[in-house]
Design a protein. Structure first.
Length: 136
């Protein structure tokens, strides 16, 4: 059994050839990918299969979704041991509006925010939008 199969099994996701391919594709990408990126990489696959694979990965904590303000959800692989816990695991993201790339900043966790009484955070998206300034 290879590493990806082992990981899918740990996350209780049934191994399929397509799931392994999509996992590999995301692992190779240093940046977060949109569904359209996956569609472009797997043109022979059914769109619904690709979409469902992403959703399964998200539900099982294999990938996390990022709203980078571009209107298209991006997905990136979770780190080892990630439970997508708001206080422990969620991190900042960085979006470059010149190259339209979104990257995880996993070493920067979401700061603890004190919410008004009676409210519980369900999800947090913290994205730093940047533009590239050429060095002079
Ligand atoms: Zn996660
Ligand atoms: Zn991330």
């Amino acid at each position: 059994m290879n590493e990806i199969e082992k990981l899918l099994e740990e996350k209780k996701v049934r191994t399929t050839a397509m799931r392994i391919l999509i996992y590999k594709f995301m692992a190779q990408n240093k940046i977060a990918v949109a569904l359209t990126d996956i569609e472009n990489a797997f043109t022979k696959a059914e769109r619904t299969t690709l979409y469902r694979t992403l959703k399964t990965f998200e539900e099982k904590g294999i990938v996390h979704q990022i709203d980078d303000g571009t209107g298209a959800s991006k997905y990136a692989l979770c780190e080892e041991g990630c439970n997508c816990d708001i206080e422990q695991d969620l991190h900042l993201h960085f979006h470059c509006s010149n190259c339209n790339e979104t990257v995880c900043l996993t070493e920067h966790k979401i700061p603890q925010i004190n919410l008004p009484e009676g409210y519980l955070a369900e999800d947090v998206n913290l994205v730093i939008i940047t533009k590239y300034m050429a060095r002079r």
